[in-house]
Design a protein around this ligand. Structure first.
Ligand code: NAD
Length: 432
């Protein structure tokens, strides 16, 4: 099949490479010329485990191409996938639909023959109708259907998740459109667990899922606070809860609060969208408020460890919103860093993959280290903010020798407390 993908970011690029690997002819379109130039020069514009090899292989085989020209990507395509951003509107917190609407208007001009326009961006309920109207207003005679094809990949595991999807949700209102999507995933064979629903249900499934996961994270974080006071250990509690198949053991890791480009924006968008329909989402609204407050509380937990130091030097380990990605959008680590800076702390940070993306946001407000030990050099406190597996295997004796004081605050609880104490650290985790 011929596929055009509009938007070559964290969703569009791994999906494009994945569809090329499945044997389709893929053209990735992006409005940002530098991104396309880099990709055409064989340079990936983001980090995802396992992406490099598949990208190079399919690029060399001519199965995937990159362009800024909507015409080139859309003309003759069987399916055009929208994977542009839907960031939160700065004031209303609703999903900002300007990129989706602009892309729909632009692609409408180049549709040839029957085409399915599939929306992979996370969008408010009813967007499929809007996109249909926009395309129709530009090209009244175009032969097309709009389907909702929400994306569930996890950053850091995008390639794995593309090839091993839990489910493929398809919101399609016509049989013709369903057949095209079935063909798209045909190479998966029986692995494609497809659920066909109406378009608005599909749009809702994405928000309902992300809001649920965000609430699950917040729940275990509250439980961690409780365990600290009550003398229980949240990891043991989570393990025990997770054995119940009705609960499941995923998303029960306590931490400094959820972040990233999806959960904060999608919970806010869900709450705002519900208000418009006169429905109050109390659980989601509480989760948003308390999760925001948690990041500030966590910064103060670090500062509490060095109360007696005037301008503490903080070694920050991890800036990405989670391990396995270079994405710092709404990263709890970045928000904790901002709060520490406000309190006069001096930060020296290290992240295995996100130094570049973090520097674009923080500039010269912090110092950038070459590794974890360099970050700890002369530190009054070492703070682990992202759950990189590299941090689980640090030489704690070496880390302690570099630091000025023995304070170690592990907001991900990935460092073994006994090992840390043996190395001379005064260890504070969470939820114990
Ligand atoms: P992103 O910001 O990384 O990428 C979006 C890309 O779209 C950018 O490169 C931008 O230049 C391009 N773009 C915007 N308007 C365009 C236009 N008119 N024509 C061509 N290109 C255009 O965003 P992302 O993280 O890939 O997210 C995309 C969508 O997928 C969002 O709605 C997001 O909520 C959803 N989603 C993201 C994830 C994730 O893990 N990042 C997971 C599931 C769903």
């Amino acid at each position: 099949m011929k596929i055009g993908i509009v938007g070559t970011g964290y969703v569009g690029l791994p999906s494009g490479v994945g569809f090329a690997e499945l044997g389709h002819d893929v053209v990735c379109i992006d409005a940002v010329g530098e991104k396309i130039d880099a990709l055409n020069a064989g340079k990936l514009t983001l980090f995802e485990d396992g992406l490099e090899e598949l990208f190079q292989k399919n690029r060399a085989a001519g199965k995937i191409r990159f362009t800024t020209s909507m015409k080139e990507g859309v003309e003759n395509a069987d399916i055009v996938i929208l994977a542009v951003g839907t960031p939160p509107h700065p004031e209303t917190k609703e999903a900002d639909m300007k990129y989706v609407h602009a892309a729909a208007r632009e692609l409408a001009q180049y549709l040839t023959g029957y085409t399915v326009v599939a929306d992979k961006s996370t969008v408010p309920v009813g967007t499929g109708d809007d996109v249909e109207r926009l395309i129709r207003s530009v090209s009244p005679d175009a032969d097309f259907d709009v389907v909702s094809l929400p994306e569930f990949l996890r950053e850091g595991f995008a390639v794995h998740d593309f090839f091993n999807p839990d489910r493929i949700i398809v919101g399609a209102n016509t049989e013709r459109a369903k057949d095209v999507v079935k063909k798209l995933y045909e190479p998966f064979g029986d692995k494609a667990k497809m659920l066909f629903v109406n378009r608005k249900s599909s749009e809702t499934i994405k928000y309902a899922s992300n809001a649920f996961l965000a609430m699950k994270i917040h729940y275990i974080n509250e439980m961690a606070d409780f365990c600290e006071k009550a003398g229980a250990d949240v990891f043991e509690v989570a393990q025990g809860m997770g054995l119940d198949t009705r609960i499941g053991n995923k998303f029960l890791n306590p931490g400094p609060g959820y972040g990233g480009s999806c959960f904060p924006k999608d919970t806010n968008a869900m709450a705002q969208m519900a208000k418009k329909y006169g429905v109050r989402m109390n659980l989601i609204e509480t989760t948003i408020r308390e999760n925001d407050a948690r990041k500030v509380k966590m910064a103060h937990r670090i500062l509490d460890a060095v109360k007696t130091v005037g301008k503490p030097r903080v070694a920050v380990l991890g800036l990405a919103f989670k391990g396995g990605t270079d994405d710092c959008r709404e990263s709890p680590a970045m928000e904790i860093v901002a709060e520490l800076l406000k309190s006069g702390a001096v930060i020296r940070a290290y992240d295995p993959k996100a130094m570049g993306t973090a520097e674009k946001i923080l500039g010269d407000k912090i110092e950038y280290a070459s590794d974890a030990y360099d970050a700890a050099d002369g530190a009054d406190v070492v703070a682990v903010l992202t759950e990189w597996s590299d941090f689980k295997t640090l030489d704690l004796v070496k880390l302690k020798q570099k630091a000025k004081s023995p304070e170690l605050v592990d907001l991900r609880r990935i460092i073994n407390k006994k090992d840390a104490e043996k190395a001379g650290f005064s260890y504070r985790g969470i939820g114990e």
